[in-house]
Write a protein that binds this ligand. Structure first.
Ligand code: ARG
Length: 289
């Protein structure tokens, strides 16, 4: 168990300002006719002290006037479907950021494990999906400042003989995970305290993993704590096991070549934190009492 905790600690990075190259991607289009194609070092510096609203002229997005957000909306309370809308903490934070930047937010619901590649390929402007900052992901994308945290949880059926995470690791039990998530990464690594590849069943989304647990296809599901709580609240026959996992930091993924967008998002997040908007959004979906 100790080794798993250690592994988690080494994988998860404290999210702060993660800047990439200053060059702008040729694939992107300008949101403002006044915005120049390239940003000089001096301009970048000047923008660092200006407000999110002031920096919007420099921001280029995949489609002019839009902020395309990739997410996977089976992750309540961060993103989930409500009627024909995608709502949740990430959807509202992204909307508040888009408003500050004078952009229209467009949310695309895609497979979680395709988000980073899509941001990297210039298909989406941002990945906003309760996404944990990891060393590995930082090789492909930049991350904004962190706006929330999570911890991996284990869900089992009520009355399961799995009472602790040690029971889960030592037994022959199968674990359902959402493909490409940190839960998947930790649980598949037998050498570092996970159950190992052979005992993992990967699902396209958290909901499918929970359905597999309910029908007995897997014995447990490893997923972030807030979605775990939501799934357990909706299915009374499920319970959450305490885990010693380390806190993960959630942040917004941005293409490494779009430093102007990363800076503008960080500025917007700073302002939305300072004026209490972020706290209000989180409180709406995760009431403190
Ligand atoms: N925090 C975990 C990760 O980054 C899980 C995120 C899953 N998010 C989602 N919207 N389905 O890997």
């Amino acid at each position: 168990m100790k080794s798993l905790t250690r592994k988690l600690m080494s994988v998860i990075i404290a999210a702060s300002f993660c800047f990439g190259l200053a060059s702008c991607s040729g694939k992107t289009t300008s949101v403002s006719s006044a915005a120049s194609e390239t940003t000089t070092a001096a301009e970048t510096k000047a923008s660092e002290s200006s407000s999110a609203a002031e920096s919007k002229a420099e921001v280029k997005t995949v489609t002019a006037g839009k902020l395309i957000m990739a997410t996977n909306a089976t992750f309540p309370p961060y993103e989930f479907h409500e009627g024909d809308k995608i709502v949740g903490i990430d959807a509202e934070i992204a909307k508040a950021i888009a408003d500050k930047l004078g952009l229209e937010l467009v949310i695309e619901d895609v497979a979680f494990d395709s988000i980073i590649a899509g941001v990297q390929a210039g298909k989406y402007d941002i990945g906003c999906a309760g996404m944990t900052v990891t060393e590995d992901r930082l090789k492909s994308v930049n991350f904004s400042t962190s706006y929330a945290t999570g911890i991996q949880s284990i869900i089992v059926k009520e009355g399961s003989e799995i009472k602790t995470i040690d029971d889960l690791i030592k037994g022959k039990y199968k674990v359902g995970v959402q493909s490409g998530t940190t839960g998947d990464i930790y649980m598949s690594d037998a050498e570092n305290g996970g159950v190992g590849e052979d005992r993992i069943d990967r699902y396209n989304n958290g909901n499918d993993a929970v359905v597999a647990l309910m029908s007995g296809k897997v014995d447990a599901v490893c997923i972030d704590n807030e979605p775990a709580k939501s799934y357990v609240a909706a299915n009374k026959s499920l319970v959450i096991l305490d885990t010693p996992f380390t806190e993960e930091k959630y942040a917004i993924a941005v293409n490494k070549d779009n430093e102007a967008l990363l800076n503008a998002i960080n500025k917007a997040l700073e302002e939305l934190t300072a004026d209490g908007t972020i706290a209000k959004i989180i409180e709406k979906y995760i009431p403190s009492k």
